[in-house]
Design a protein around this ligand. Structure first.
Ligand code: ZN
Length: 272
């Protein structure tokens, strides 16, 4: 599942192809992704000029004057830029034909993605985006905030970090990696975190995400980037998916446990 760095990479990747281009045609090939698509979606976005591409949490927002097209990649969604001569592939559910003669295609085998149109900014009008926590790379996500919000929370810190109402865009991979970097075990109960712990976690999250964005995002499954190349970005995970492999710091075996139904990886020696 794409996490914040992957989505940011996609936003950065498609931006030059979409900016200041007109949407000349839109094709929708499914009635439903995660939810039913708006019946007049294709007609409503035709003719608009794209003035901005942005990201909020894992939502990609393509916008122009009084027009917002919001896309969420769900579990398996990808976006790619194609030429007119490139034929549609299996699971390509949505296409934007641009005035540059290029096409933006949304592919999603498991159909957990979302595509919706609005005249108002979804940040101000859509419940899904209005109730989100702060962006992890912005200054309002800081140790004062994490310390305050973790008081009275009986959940594991890893679960707290993966809650989009607390902080957005952090999934299993980057929560695991950031906690390893902060030397805090993922099952530690949130309310027991000290101020110093919160400081370490916040700075580790920012560090891990920035590094991944720099590397072009990363994901475990086959991933098609905007240039249409298959494969996945390389990121040297320290704990994620490394069960029984030696810890990079102490050589102890990396352990795997379940926290809130999710596989969690950590070093028993390094993370307390
Ligand atoms: Zn270790």
């Amino acid at each position: 599942m794409p996490e914040l760095p992957e989505v940011q990479t996609i936003v950065d990747g498609i931006e030059p192809y979409l900016l200041n281009k007109k949407i000349v045609k839109c094709n929708v090939y499914v009635k439903k992704l995660r939810w039913k698509l708006q019946p007049n979606l294709a007609r409503n976005i035709q003719g608009f000029k794209v003035l901005k591409i942005s990201r909020r949490a894992k939502y990609i927002i393509i916008s122009g004057k009084d027009f917002y097209l919001t896309i969420h990649l769900g579990m398996t969604g990808t976006l790619r830029i194609a030429n007119k001569k490139d034929s549609r592939e299996k699971h390509d559910h949505f296409e934007l034909y641009l005035s540059s003669n290029l096409i933006l295609r949304f592919n999603d085998p498991r159909k957990f993605g979302m595509v919706f149109y609005s005249n108002d900014s979804p940040l101000l009008s859509n419940k899904l985006l209005m109730d989100l926590g702060p962006e992890p790379l912005e200054s309002d996500f800081n140790h004062h905030y994490l310390y305050a919000i973790s008081r009275n929370r009986n959940v594991a810190i890893k679960t707290l970090l993966m809650n989009a109402k607390i902080v957005v865009g952090i999934g299993n991979i980057y929560a695991s990696e950031a906690l390893f970097l902060s030397k805090i075990k993922p099952q530690k109960i949130s309310k027991k975190l000290s101020k110093k712990n919160c400081k370490d976690i916040v700075s580790s999250i920012k560090k891990v995400l920035k590094k991944a964005i720099k590397k072009g995002g990363s994901t475990i499954n086959d991933y098609i980037n905007v240039d249409g190349k298959k494969g996945y970005f390389q990121y040297d995970f320290k704990v994620y998916g490394r069960t029984h492999l030696p810890c990079h710091i102490c050589q102890n075996d990396i352990s795997q446990i379940k926290i809130n139904q999710r596989s969690s990886f950590y070093c028993k020696k390094c993370q307390k």
